[in-house]
Design a binder for this molecule. Structure first.
Ligand code: ADP
Ligand code: MG
Length: 208
């Protein structure tokens, strides 16, 4: 069970890991993109950190919608509107809630994924963030249905997110800037899938 205060803390921890991994994420974007993914995301989360106190104590939906809007307005590139949409959709699924359980969390992630797919006109196997998002949610849903504990469910999700990020090395990108390099992108891990794996890892380590 997670409440509003915990949600704000979790978002803070996501921002921290993005900042810590800024250079690595940017480095991953060098061979297949324009070397800015980490810089873009860190800029967004620096703005989020400033904005969070203004929604302290509000419901989880309001907090996440604010995170999404802040990301959209501060992050350039493809990842801004896509991650922004993901947080806004997760927020819409938690509208008015001051506490959420695992079932809510999984619904929020599902809506976030649908938002990314719609906004990005994309799906799995195109070497994007979706290749980490979708398999990790599937793994969590499976663990949830099997009656696993919260920790086991989250661990399964994080493991699948990293496997998904790794899997992008073998995919030829068909969306975003990476699609411009075509087969030359083979062997390179997608930066957005990687930032998502870090995001879910931060959520999982702080979720309770
Ligand atoms: P840009 O590509 O505009 O420089 P970033 O470097 O910040 O933006 O983000 C790139 C990441 O965005 C990619 O690694 C990929 O995961 C994700 N991405 C790009 N286009 C799409 C899309 N259409 N659908 C889903 N994810 C996408
Ligand atoms: Mg880029």
């Amino acid at each position: 069970m997670t409440d509003s205060t915990k949600t704000a803390e979790i978002i803070g921890s996501v921002g921290k890991v993005i900042e810590e991994q800024k250079e690595y994420l940017t480095e991953l974007d060098r061979p297949i993109g324009d070397s800015d993914h980490g810089i873009n995301m860190a800029r967004g989360f620096a703005a989020v950190e400033k904005k969070l106190p203004t929604v302290a104590g509000k419901d989880i939906g309001t907090i996440l919608k604010t995170v999404g809007m802040t990301i959209v307005s501060t992050v350039g590139g493809a990842s801004g509107p896509l991650y922004g949409t993901a947080y806004m959709k997760a927020g819409a699924a938690a509208a008015g809630k001051t506490e959420i359980g695992m079932e809510d969390f999984l619904k929020m992630l599902g809506d976030a994924i649908d938002g990314v797919k719609m906004r990005g006109h994309s799906d799995v196997e195109e070497a994007t963030m979706l290749d980490a998002m979708v398999p990790s949610l599937n793994a969590m849903k499976e663990a949830f249905a099997a009656g696993k504990t919260t920790k086991e469910i989250l661990d399964a999700g994080v493991k699948a997110a990293w496997a998904g990020a790794e899997h992008t090395k073998g995919l030829v990108a068909t969306k975003g800037r990476a699609s411009y390099v075509g087969e030359r992108g083979l062997g390179h891990q997608d930066p957005g899938a990687t930032s998502y794996a870090y995001t879910l890892q931060a959520i999982a380590s702080n979720y309770c």
